[in-house]
Design a protein around this ligand. Structure first.
Ligand SMILES: [Mn+2]
Length: 467
């Protein structure tokens, strides 16, 4: 075990000395290039002959428990604050070593058991990674279309980039496609600065792709532009799908994970796929955005993925992505949201009118949540043919994702407890010239619907309390 520890320490610039009782073993160690003192560690003379005051850490690893306890006592006598690590064979010896002041007592059987369990977890991930590879390899000849959800965010885009990279390693050509807009100025900066190859498509053209992957989206036609009957080969997501059955050759949906980019980083790592700095930067940004800088929904896997990516990241580009300038339209929308706000209890609702950049809505919803006394914000605006709503809540009683779903149906609304959104198509009203009146009607309908779901009682009670 001593030699094993020494080998592990080799990479670090640490000088070490062995103490070995057996002369022939000591000789072998010397031949391997180690410094060795010959002596019995249970003797005070052996230990005091060492330059103990200059030793920071002592590993006490002989197979003789009694000798180990004695060695520990001698060491602590010579240097009170020496850090000691010892191997112990059972709980009784562990207790005695700890009573004698050992800093860390390791039960090798338990350490081995832990390593075995970790190996099993790793094997499960590796198996999934190989399954993904197999599905990609077995695809028909031709292009793989990687469809990300409508108005994709950095998590969806970066994860799709990783999938593209994995497909490339087995010679499968792919294209990342989306519908909607990449609005939010940080997202625009993200795509531009990293020179991300992503294609906007309003209508699905089946002749263009022979295989399909749905990324950050699980069901064809729900928050993506695929027709509901499209055959999908791969589904990777980290959003709960509810009761709808997901159909694909390969499915990996992990709602407990903070970001899809984490799922993909784990695959890249396990498959040993080369990660260039653009991809690493994109993935780390995706994880950071989705976990709100590791403050929300963050798991050990997200942190591990971030640690893996960190040394590969282009930090200069990353900081440029994070400090883009605000577009005038975003500023205007923020202005409208502030001016048109209506407060009912702690609920703030604001209609910003017609927008081109619908990604300014969540920014406005975030921003207005900072207003004193406001716990829930809902901002809505109108593009050519759709009403977009963005909601935020810090009220523990309100699950804004459920509110959106219940108010507008699973087809149009959804999200998490603290942030959610809805897109409601205007249908026959999209041709209406009188947008002002249309927005008035929309506002009434939307507000009514939302308050029905949230429960007007609750709001009234709150208002009374304030009065
Ligand atoms: Mn995500």
């Amino acid at each position: 075990m001593g030699v094993a520890v020494a080998k592990e320490l080799e990479e670090q610039d640490i000088s070490l000395i062995f103490v070995e009782k057996d002369a022939s073993k000591a000789e072998t160690l010397k031949e391997q290039g180690y410094d060795v003192e010959i002596g019995d560690i249970s003797n005070y003379e052996t230990i005091s002959a060492l330059d103990v005051l200059n030793i920071d850490v002592a590993f006490i690893l002989s197979s003789d428990d009694e000798a180990n306890i004695k060695a520990l006592t001698h060491l602590k006598k010579l240097k009170q604050d020496i850090y000691t690590v010892s191997k112990v064979n059972d709980q009784n010896i562990k207790d005695r070593m700890e009573a004698a002041g050992v800093d860390l007592a390791v039960l090798p059987t338990r350490a081995a058991a832990k390593a075995v369990v970790q190996a099993v977890e790793k094997a499960a991930i590796l198996k999934k990674a190989h399954e993904l590879m197999r599905v990609i390899k077995e695809m028909d000849k031709g292009k793989l279309g990687i469809v990300v959800h409508n108005n994709p965010d950095p998590d969806a885009i970066s994860g799709a980039m990783a999938l593209k990279e994995i497909a490339k390693t087995v010679g499968v050509d792919s294209e990342i496609i989306y519908n909607g807009l990449i609005g939010h100025q940080e997202n625009k900066a993200f795509v531009n600065l990293l020179d991300i190859d992503i294609e906007r498509m309003t209508e699905y053209n089946p002749s263009k792709f022979s295989n399909l992957a749905l990324f950050e989206s699980a069901i064809p036609g729900v928050n993506n532009f695929l027709p509901p009957d499209a055959q999908v080969n791969i589904v990777i997501d980290h959003h709960p799908v509810g009761t709808t059955e997901v159909k694909a050759d390969f499915i990996d949906i992990q709602p407990e994970i903070g970001a899809s980019a984490t799922i993909m980083t784990t695959y890249l790592k396990e498959l040993g796929t080369k990660v260039n700095s653009e991809l690493a930067t994109a993935l780390l940004y995706g994880i950071r955005v989705d976990t709100q800088e590791f403050k929300k929904n963050t798991t050990q896997s997200d942190l591990n993925a971030a640690a893996f990516l960190y040394p590969l990241v282009d930090h200069e580009i990353l900081s440029k992505i994070e400090t883009p300038s605000m577009s005038t339209e975003t500023l205007d929308i923020l202005g409208h949201a502030i001016k048109n706000r209506q407060l009912t209890g702690s609920y703030l609702i604001s209609n910003v009118g017609s927008v081109r950049d619908r990604d300014a809505l969540p920014q406005a919803a975030d921003y207005l949540l900072n207003l004193e006394g406001v716990s829930t914000t809902i901002i809505f605006g109108l593009t050519e043919d759709t009403i977009h709503l963005s909601g935020r809540s810090k009220d523990a009683r309100v699950n804004i994702g459920v509110v959106m779903r219940e108010a507008f149906g699973e087809e149009y609304g959804g999200g998490h407890a603290t942030s959610a959104g809805a897109q409601i198509p205007l249908g026959v009203f999209s041709g209406t010239k009188d947008k002002h009146n249309l927005m008035k009607l929309v506002e009434e309908a939307v507000v009514k619907k939302l308050f029905e779901v949230i429960g007007v009682d609750m709001i009234e009670k709150e208002t009374e309390k304030e009065e």
